[in-house]
Design a protein around this ligand. Structure first.
Ligand code: IDP
Length: 148
C-alpha cells in the first residue's frame, strides 16, 4: 500500500485546523499510520525544503516552518500520494479549488496550511526525514473491505 507524508504547517496548527484536516483524509478512506506534533529543527527544515535552496523565498520558508509546531503525519492508501495532493489544492491558494484544504482555508502562498509529498520518491525521502521506522504503525481496519 502506498504511503505519503503530510504535514499541517504552523499556520494550520495555530488556526486549529489539525482535526479538520485529519478528518478529511480519514473520511476519504485513507489510514493514518504515524503522527506527531513537533517543532522542526532548523537543519531538518533546510533538508526538507532543500530543493528550494536557490529560490528567493527559501529563508522565509525555513523561518516560517520553524516558527511554531507542526503536525507531521504518514498516511497510507491506494494512490494516496496523488489523491492527497488533489485534496490539498494548488500551491497558491488563489488557484486552489473550493473543497480543497488550501481552497477552503488559505489566502496566500506563504501561509498555505498543509504540505504533502509530490511523488513516490519525495514521499519516501520525507517519511524517513521525519519518522523513524518504529514510529510507523502497521495495522488493518475491517472497514478496508468497504473501501477497496
Ligand atoms: P507544494 O507545497 O504545493 O509542494 P512547492 O512548490 O514545493 O509547493 O513549494 C513549497 C512551499 O514553498 C509552498 O507550499 C509554499 O508555502 C512556499 N512557496 C512556494 N512558492 C512561493 C513563493 O513564490 N513565495 C513564498 N513562498 C512560496
Amino acid at each position: 500500500m502506498e504511503k505519503t507524508f503530510l504535514m499541517v504547517k504552523p499556520d494550520g496548527v495555530q488556526r486549529s485546523l489539525i482535526g479538520d484536516i485529519v478528518s478529511r483524509f480519514e473520511k476519504k478512506g485513507f489510514q493514518l499510520v504515524g503522527a506527531k506534533l513537533m517543532s522542526i529543527p532548523q537543519e531538518l527544515a533546510e533538508q526538507h525544503y532543500g530543493e528550494h535552496k536557490e529560490r528567493p523565498f527559501f529563508g522565509e520558508l525555513v523561518d516560517f516552518i520553524t516558527s511554531g509546531p507542526v503536525f507531521a503525519m504518514v498516511w497510507e492508501g491506494e494512490n494516496v500520494i496523488a489523491t492527497a495532493r488533489s485534496m490539498m489544492g494548488a500551491t497558491n491558494p488563489k488557484d486552489a479549488a473550493p473543497g480543497t484544504v488550501r481552497g477552503d482555508y488559505a489566502a496566500t502562498v506563504g501561509k498555505n496550511i498543509i504540505h504533502g509529498s509530490d511523488s513516490p520518491a519525495s514521499a519516501e525521502r520525507e517519511i524517513s526525514l521525519f519518522f523513524k521506522e518504529e514510529e510507523l504503525v502497521s495495522y488493518s481496519k475491517l472497514i478496508s473491505e468497504w473501501i477497496y
